[in-house]
Design a protein around this ligand. Structure first.
Ligand code: GP9
Ligand code: MN
Length: 634
């Protein structure tokens, strides 16, 4: 009996479908990928397809059936290994593989040991598609036709593959705007782009930064260093070492902008506790303090805090340069005998923190796994700030002292949703639900800070600590200008928008007694030098762009990541120079020198990051280390 003949490209089709479905099943069974709605589930389902179409499709260019089949099997094996590698890695690290992880030698020991421990014979399941293809090759008899229309078929095939890719990307963009430019989180990338596309993207991002790194030599550092030295200021003598030896607690106030501080919304106080701190004798509150973050949002603010370098103009430096050498505040405090950690009740891979924190030499990361989230204790992005504060202080009681502990809050995050019982004030009444709810979540955040202070006192940690708090970035974007105009009672111009980038900065030193509201114009770049001087640490040899806010010499110039700038006299925004006092446009010449300086400073900072230049620098003696024939001019 004649065997039934299958259409010409049946094996190719079988291969694509088998690997596609297997991948989806593996997503569902071997990773915990959070799916919030049907669209996300659909994206997850289709996301392996585009890449599989592309790579399996290459077989169409091969001449003989034998070569085609071999190629299909090879692709199935390679993609299975990639997928399975991730599964084995995930079992141990609850994360997807990224290139830096493979190249960080510290990780290798762990990797080998844990890989062995997490392999089971049932894992052969992950190779089911290879088996299916082998069986198909053996038993499916395909038609052998003429090759005449091949190129047309191939074209049509690749048009289809492209269409699937763009369809996928379009859905991903709708679901997660700016996914590719900002990266966010590996889970989000895998969820939206698919495992295979994610790896390509990862290779692209990592090789781009590796190439820049390879091309750099220490000589670029010479220039950057002379710029830093020329602009270096003497930190304040009065404040030097005032908190030496104490625990350092830095709280990141999610999305909190200064317009909420000491203000009311429809007669209701937005941040009563923080307001009381601005009048407190142990607190210095900086009212003219600006965020300087870019696309990396919270992570950029962490970067500024730890390094006093500017984040990148494109992408999140936490993602693109997590393998760099840095001289972080955590590292310096660690050298002084501090135990260092970050506490944040979110997935550890968000903003690539788990990898970046290793480069920043942060000893420990208390991520979501370190928290017990009881019924009703989660809202919006995750754990509510109040139980977060309580449990974080519990962790502190276990820490080796002195410690440097950073707390990243989360509730006051877009879309600013709250449970009924946590709404301590009413909503606002503008046309923007976002702004209306923002006041309520800010109020909740304020309450959580109060809880933090109470808990620290109760646990006996308060007196011997210093608490620094800063707003990480804006919460209300320019999309809500109309609503903001209503709230502020004045039109939001480019000038106002720039001024709205003010975020609160608090330095609270129990027992200090000389607290005040400081009007010094400064930004997040100044946090590291300011804090380190308080901790009694010398930063005179460090490569940093900020200066101590308490110093008489501090320069009142804040450079935004997008090139806007603010001084004590002018604001430069939307290519217009404004008088800071009146908000009216003024002569461009008044801004010109600062524009120039901003450009230079951002360039130097960027070259340090792109070239990974700090690997050539020894901050102990301020000398270039690995290039003997280049000397630093001091
Ligand atoms: C996520 C939190 C918020 O872990 O830091 O990130 P954001 O979107 O504000 O950068
Ligand atoms: Mn944030």
């Amino acid at each position: 009996m004649l065997k039934k003949e299958w259409p010409k490209h049946s094996i190719l089709a079988i291969a694509i479908i088998a690997t596609w479905l297997k991948t989806y099943i593996v997503y569902k069974t071997s990773f915990s990928i959070t799916i919030d709605n049907l669209l996300q589930e659909f994206i997850l389902f289709i996301n392996p397809l585009s890449m599989l179409l592309f790579i399996y499709g290459v077989s169409l260019f091969l001449k003989s059936e034998k070569a085609k089949n071999r190629y299909l099997v090879a692709v199935a094996v390679v993609t299975s290994i990639v997928l399975y590698g991730n599964v084995a890695f995930y079992r141990f690290f609850s994360d997807f593989i990224t290139l830096p992880v493979l190249f960080q030698t510290d990780n290798f020991g762990d990797l080998g040991a844990s890989a062995a421990a997490s392999i089971f014979w049932t894992d052969l399941f992950y190779f089911t598609d290879v088996l299916i293809i082998l069986v198909a090759i053996k038993f499916v008899k395909v038609k052998t036709g003429t090759a005449s229309s091949y190129s047309v078929q191939r074209k049509a095939y690749y048009v289809l593959a492209l269409a699937v890719l763009f369809f996928n990307l379009g859905l991903a963009e709708a679901e997660r705007p700016q996914l590719l430019t900002r990266s966010f989180d590996r889970e989000m990338l895998v969820k939206n782009l698919g495992m295979y596309n994610y790896h390509l993207y990862d290779i692209y991002i990592q090789s781009k930064s590796q190439a820049q790194r390879a091309l750099a030599d220490g000589s670029e550092l010479v220039e950057a260093n002379s710029y830093v030295r020329a602009n270096q200021i003497e930190p304040s003598e009065d404040m030097k070492g005032i908190a030496e030896g104490r625990n350092l607690i830095v709280v990141t106030l999610e999305s909190l902008q200064s317009f909420a501080i000491n203000e009311e919304m429809n007669g209701q106080t937005i941040t009563p506790f923080l307001n009381s701190l601005t009048k407190d004798q142990d607190t210095i509150y900086f009212e003219n303090f600006y965020h300087q973050t870019g696309l990396g949002k919270t992570s950029d603010s962490e970067f500024l805090l730890e390094n006093s370098l500017y984040p990148l103009s494109g992408g999140a430096v936490f993602f693109t340069h997590s393998g760099n050498t840095f001289n972080s505040m955590a590292e310096s405090l660690g050298n002084e005998g501090y135990s260092t950690n970050v506490q944040h009740a979110n997935t550890k891979s968000f903003w690539n923190r788990d990898i970046m924190y290793e480069s920043l030499n942060i000893d420990e990361f208390y991520d979501i796994e370190s928290y017990e989230i009881a019924e009703g204790q989660a809202v919006n992005w995750g754990m509510k700030d109040i139980p977060f504060m309580e449990q974080s202080v519990d962790h502190m009681t276990e820490m080796q002292q002195p410690f440097y502990s950073r707390l990243l809050t989360l509730t006051n995050h877009h879309p600013f949703t709250l449970d009924e019982e946590d709404k301590l004030i009413d909503e606002y009444d503008s046309n923007s639900g976002t702004l209306n709810r923002y006041f309520q979540t800010s109020r909740y955040l304020d309450e959580s800070v109060k809880v933090l202070f109470e808990e620290l006192k109760e646990k006996g940690l308060y007196e011997n600590s210093i608490i620094v708090m800063y707003g990480d970035h804006y919460g209300i974007s320019e999309n809500h200008n109309e609503a903001m105009t209503q709230y502020l009672g004045e039109e939001v111009t480019d000038f106002t928008s720039a001024e709205l980038q003010k975020v609160p900065f608090f330095v609270h030193i129990p027992g200090y007694g000389k607290g005040d509201v400081d009007d010094e114009v400064g930004g997040q770049i100044d946090m590291r030098p300011t804090i380190m001087n308080l901790m009694g640490m010398d930063t005179s040899k460090d490569i940093q762009f900020g200066g101590d806010l308490f110093s008489e010499e501090h320069e009142e110039l804040v450079i935004f990541r997008d090139g806007r700038l603010v001084t004590d006299e002018v604001v430069y925004a939307g290519n217009v120079c404004y008088d800071k006092e009146t908000g009216e446009p003024t002569e461009q010449e008044l801004c010109a020198p600062f524009i120039e300086q901003a450009f230079t400073e951002l360039e130097y900072s960027e070259s340090i990051i792109n070239g990974d230049l700090l690997r050539f620098y020894d901050e102990e003696d301020g000398q270039l280390t690995t290039i003997p024939d280049v000397e630093l001019k001091q």
